[in-house]
Design a protein around this ligand. Structure first.
Ligand code: ASP
Length: 433
């Protein structure tokens, strides 16, 4: 059995939903699908989920969501009319949702309704059964999946003679209140559903023919990766590759269900196969995460006192700074964090506090950093990481650090944010052409 998740562009309008039907009709193993809310139809179009967040903001500011909700309403009614889905019950659902948003049901409720309505319309069009994620997917306080969800979903999706449509992106808290995953979270729902019914394959349908070895907006002719393993996907997503949600590996990891990233507009393309562990020791890809700031601090014998590292991190936490990457020395440490995390005056206050409490020789924060990640199971065994480093240096890019060994499948190079694109080109040319 195959579980298919269709992303926002695959359900953006009636034409796209017809493509979904053709894909399902061509393989009867595709019995359970998860859908996103309608995404963009063209470059400057608005995603339904973004509109729903706007609806909630209007209500928070004391107004009504009506002016924005009308756009959502039109979007769904147009789709339904074109697909010859009865608009009367749909109109009733829309009226109720508008009422609930205006009544202040909150952000997660509002945001979740795009997937709810999308799954409703698609289920009506296909003649498949609608299973509400709110009744079966339980999301814990920290945003991860409560394992009870698997049993609960299995019970609802059990009948092998039936076909089901499940809305992505949301579930309920343990107390039964609607809660969403982070943005792009329908990928996670797809994984949860695949695990619950022990699917043979999880197909993730999107608008590109797989994961690219480098961001195709920068490297125009970047290659699609044929196959890579779970860990490689996690790392590539962490460095900024955005095709597949970085948390969506977790549910399928223990049960080892392969994932195929496929293109709804070109279903004949093989796409990218994500397998638990690949036998191949290739290089998977390269990507860059920009917009980072750096904090550096030092004092002779800083770490002699037990627990200092922990105390330093606690201080960062108090000021809202969440380190993403760490480099440690004998008497010094460097952390990189998202620049959007903290403002200048807060950072200044944090540095002052660190300096006095830990009697530091220096503590400095600077901005405009990026980290380039080279990912692939081949990395520990070949000279690829040396070649990448040499290529960077030969092209005038002197990394601020190289981090090798923390992960078995990646190596990181600290670079300047302004060098991001050039660095990507240089490494891609050296290793992937
Ligand atoms: N519709 C949600 C979003 O735009 C979730 C998803 O598409 O996966 O983030």
């Amino acid at each position: 059995m195959t579980v298919c998740k269709f992303g926002g562009s695959s359900v953006a309008d009636a034409g796209q939903i017809r493509k979904v039907k053709a894909i399902l009709d061509s393989d009867r193993n595709r019995r359970v699908i998860v859908v996103s809310a309608p995404g963009k139809r063209y470059k400057d179009d608005e995603k339904v989920t973004d509109l729903l967040y706007q609806c909630n903001s209007l209500v928070q500011k004391g107004g009504s969501c009506k002016p924005v909700f009308e756009k959502i309403e039109k979007r769904f009614l147009d789709i339904a009319k074109e697909l010859k889905v009865d608009t009367k019950p749909l109109q009733m659902l829309l009226d109720d949702i508008r009422y609930q948003i205006d009544a202040g049901r909150g952000q997660d409720y509002a945001a979740s309704r795009g997937e709810f309505l999308s799954a409703y319309v698609v289920s009506q069009f296909l003649g498949w059964e609608f299973v509400d994620a709110a009744d079966a997917v339980i999301i814990t306080g920290d945003g991860t999946v409560n394992p009870f969800s698997y049993d609960s979903l299995r019970m609802r999706l059990e009948d092998e003679r039936r076909n089901y449509v499940v809305p992505g992106f949301y579930g309920s808290t343990e107390d039964g209140v609607i809660k969403t995953f982070t943005r792009g979270g329908s990928d996670i729902t797809g994984s949860v559903v695949a695990r619950s019914i022990n699917a043979d394959l999880y197909e993730n349908w999107t608008d590109v023919s797989g994961m690219y070895a480098a961001d195709p907006r920068v490297i125009k002719d970047a290659k699609v990766i044929d196959a890579l393993n779970y860990m490689e996907v996690r790392e590539l997503s962490d460095f900024g590759a955005s095709v597949f949600h970085e948390e969506a590996i977790a549910p399928v990891l223990p049960v080892e269900i392969p994932i195929n990233i496929k293109n709804t507009n070109r279903p004949e393309d093989p796409g990218t196969l994500i397998v638990p562990v690949s036998g191949e020791k290739g290089l998977a890809g390269v990507s860059v995460r920009g917009g980072l700031s750096r904090i550096r601090l030092r004092r002779l014998m800083l770490f002699k006192k037990h627990g200092t590292r922990h105390a330093l991190l606690t201080m960062l936490h108090i000021f809202g700074v969440k380190p993403i990457y760490t480099i440690s020395g004998v008497d010094s440490v460097v952390w990189f964090f998202d620049s959007r995390n903290a403002q200048g005056n807060i950072l200044q206050a944090m540095c002052d506090r660190l300096k006095t409490e830990f009697d530091l020789d220096y503590v400095e924060v600077d901005h405009g950093h990026a980290v380039l990640g080279l990912v692939g199971a081949e990395i520990p065994e070949t000279d690829a990481y040396v070649r990448a480093l040499t290529a960077l240096r030969n092209n005038g890019i002197a990394p601020t650090f190289v981090n090798f060994g923390a992960s078995e499948v990646s190596v990181m190079y600290g670079i300047r944010d302004s060098e991001k694109e050039k660095a990507l080109n240089v490494v891609y040319d050296e290793l992937f052409r």
